[in-house]
Every structure is written in C-alpha cells, then in structure tokens.
Write a protein that binds this ligand. Structure first.
Ligand code: NAD
Ligand code: UD1
Length: 339
C-alpha cells in the first residue's frame, strides 16, 4: 500500500484530496494545525469513503514533530497544501505569510530530504502569473505576482526548482491552480470561509442562503462580453484528480514539472450569478460597484500541457459546479459549525 502525507489536509482542497486518495487506495496521513479549518472535515472524509485516515494536529514549521512524523511513517510522497491564502491579509501581514508559506515549505522539504522522501506535489497558483494581457495563459508566460501571497508561491516554486537542480532524485510537481470552486457531490465537505468570503463563489452561495444580503459585482466596464471579470472556475474534484495524475506522472519522471490546472474556459461574473440562480432556484441580489484594485479583466488557463503530460482534463462544467456548491451550502449553512 502506498502511504502519503497530506499537509493542510483538513482544509478546503486538502479534504477533497483525502477523499480521492482514500478511494484510489492510498493510505493517508494528514498534518494540519487547524489554523483555517476544522477536524470535522476529516470526520466527513472518513464517512464519505468509509475508510480511516490518520490525523496529526501540528504546524509544519515544528521541526521536531516533523522529524518524528517522518520517522514513524514510510511516506512514498507528500502532497503539500498547508499555507495561508488570503490576498488582502498577505498585504497587511507579509511576514506571517512569508514565514508560514516559505519557511513552512523549507522545513517540510528539509524533513523530507533527511528522511529520503523525495516526491512532492505543491499547491501553486495562477496568481504567480500576475497581470497577463494574453489569454489563455500557458506555463511559458512570465511570472510577476502582484501581492505578497503570490510572491510566497513564486518563491516556493523557485526554491523547489533549485532543489530539483541540485539533487536529481527529486520528483516535484508544481500545480498552478486557477479558481478552485464547488464541493464534493455528497454535500458533506466544501469551502468553509471563517469570515465574510473574499471570493466570488462562496459569496454568491451565502447570498443565496440568506447569510449575506447582496453581492457586489466589482466593475462592469471591463473589455469582456458583458463587461464583468472573466475567470477559469475549476471544480475542486477535478482539481484534486489532477493531483492523482501528477502522482502517476512523478512515478515515471524525475525533476521539476509545472502544470496549469484549469478548465480552459472563462466565465464572467454575470454568467456565474445566472448559473447559481439556476442551480439554487433563488435570485442572487447583486449591484455593480467599482472595480476591485488588482483585478484583471480576463484570466483563464491553457490546460494543454496537463491534458497531454498528466492525461488530465476538467470534466465538470459551471452548472455542475454551482449544483455541488449549493448542495454543500444548503446542507451546511454555517459550514462545519452546522452539526
Ligand atoms: P485552506 O485554508 O482551506 O487549507 C489550508 C490548510 O492548511 C488549512 O487546513 C490550514 O489549517 C492548514 N495550514 C496552514 N498553515 C499551516 C501550517 N503552518 N502547518 C500546518 N497546517 C497549516 O486553503 P485551500 O483553499 O484548501 O488551499 C490549499 C492550498 O492551495 C494553499 O496552499 C493555497 O495557497 C493553494 N491555493 C488555493 C487556491 C484557492 O482558491 N483555494 C488557489 C490557488 C492555490
Ligand atoms: C483571487 C485572488 C487570487 C487568488 C484567488 C484564489 C485577488 C486580486 N486575487 O482571484 O490571488 O489566487 O482569489 O481563488 O484577490 N468578484 C466580484 N464580487 C465579489 C468577489 C469577486 O465581482 O464579491 C469578481 C472579481 O472581480 C473577479 C471574479 O469575481 O472578476 C472572481 O473573483 P475571486 O473569486 O475573488 O477570484 P480572483 O480574483 O480570480
């Protein structure tokens, strides 16, 4: 049996990863400090799969506990989701972001290196591309993140490239996510923002359920078909399946590989609102306000490299994304606080 470590496995994407890993027959150990998640997600993972996983509540910057974890298991690979991800917070608290995201990864790869575990899948982000004029965006596009969060992701990518260059035994997959959304079709795990959501889809879901009064649409004067921002929304189950394909790829390939994980399709804010209205059967109150600073008109992936090299493609469309997000929202109107 193949055993893997999932850092940040109690979080939004990590918990969906655990479901797919368990269902694919992996043994799973989660390390998470629960700074932005609830252990209830992992109980739900085990209910969905009817399989056990191991959970260690710890910070990945804790070198002693990390070393002990690698001594007590023989991991074949690590999937590294642990990190902080809120753009505005990263502007206000850059040191916390660099410490958590960059130092956290450094401590992790040091422990992996000492233990001789040299296969890693890292959660990077399309945010590393910064503002791109040309879409779709492929992996050869330049990188110029526009905020501290994005710069921590790029620094980790660079650190891992240097590591792969220095030691040919490493097998590293850098996956650049576009906009992960939706929830597991069971409705038992999903995105559970601590506060008022920053991102479009969880905000719409909370307007639909009545927790928030009105969505603010950030600008309708962009050079897009209806004037609102266009993004590449990818179902979280498609996204984590891309990681399973990446693990297969790393079995056959050493070195460092970079892949976009996106659907390749762009949808405007108004299209997302309309799709969510159809999925929920409820009107989504919204008003157009000024553009949000830092936003670009259009961002969507060229997923061709992942299609070819990982044999992966996104299969869930926007309708399905909204249906699954709505199911999670209605079953858990207060997230994991709903018993
Ligand atoms: P999340 O906050 O739900 O999950 C991250 C998990 O990591 C949380 O459970 C948190 O408690 C844990 N964590 C954070 N710092 C830790 C530390 N030092 N030690 C141990 N655990 C720690 O976020 P998510 O949406 O599931 O994102 C997962 C990863 O994907 C992150 O690295 C994020 O930057 C990246 N990513 C997310 C998105 C997105 O839109 N959600 C887009 C691109 C990339
Ligand atoms: C944002 C982050 C990005 C991060 C990603 C994680 C910024 C500038 N970018 O991307 O770094 O990797 O989240 O998923 O914060 N919108 C509204 N009203 C809202 C919220 C959003 O109109 O209340 C619009 C935005 O202007 C954008 C689209 O919806 O056009 C998607 O926004 P969002 O979900 O926040 O994702 P990104 O901005 O693409």
């Amino acid at each position: 049996m193949t055993e893997v470590l999932v850092t940040g496995g109690a979080g939004y994407i990590g918990s969906h990863m655990c479901v797919e890993l368990l269902q694919a027959g992996y043994d799973v150990v989660v390390a998470d400090n629960l700074s932005n998640s609830s252990a209830r997600s992992l109980q739900a993972v085990q209910r969905i799969t009817q399989k056990p996983l191991s959970f260690v509540e710890m910070d990945i910057r804790d070198e002693e506990r990390l070393a002990a974890l690698f001594r007590s298991h023989r991991f074949d690979a690590v999937l590294h989701f642990a990190g902080l991800k809120a753009v505005a917070e990263s502007v206000a608290e850059p040191l916390r972001y660099y410490d958590n995201n960059v130092n956290g990864t450094l401590r992790l790869v040091e422990a992996m290196s000492s233990a001789g575990v040299k296969t890693l899948v890292f959660s990077s982000s399309a945010t590393v591309y910064g503002t791109q004029e040309r879409v779709p965006i492929d992996e050869s596009a330049g990188t110029a993140p526009t905020n501290p969060y994005g710069r921590t992701k790029l620094q980790v990518e660079q650190l891992l490239h240097d590591l792969g260059d220095a030691d040919a035994q490493w097998r590293i997959s850098l996956l650049r996510y576009f906009n992960p959304v939706g929830a597991h079709p069971s409705g038992e795990i999903g995105e559970d923002p601590n506060d008022i959501p920053n991102n479009l889809m969880p905000y719409i879901a909370q307007v639909a359920i009545g927790r928030l009064p009105c969505l603010r649409v950030f600008g309708d004067d962009y050079a897009t078909a209806d004037g609102t921002g266009v993004r590449d929304y990818i179902h979280v189950v498609d996204l984590v399946n891309g990681h399973l394909r990446a693990l297969d790829y790393l079995q056959a390939n050493t070195g460092v590989a970079v892949h976009n994980l996106g659907s390749g399709r762009g949808h405007s804010v108004l299209e997302v609102i309309a799709a969510f209205e159809r999925a929920s059967g409820r009107p989504i109150a919204h008003e157009v306000v000024a553009r949000r600073p830092g936003d670009v008109a259009r961002s969507f992936a060229d997923p061709g490299k992942a299609n070819r090299e990982l044999n992966w493609t996104a299969t869930h469309d926007l309708e399905r994304i909204c249906q699954d997000a709505w199911k999670w929202q209605t079953r858990h109107p207060d997230g994991y606080r709903t018993a």
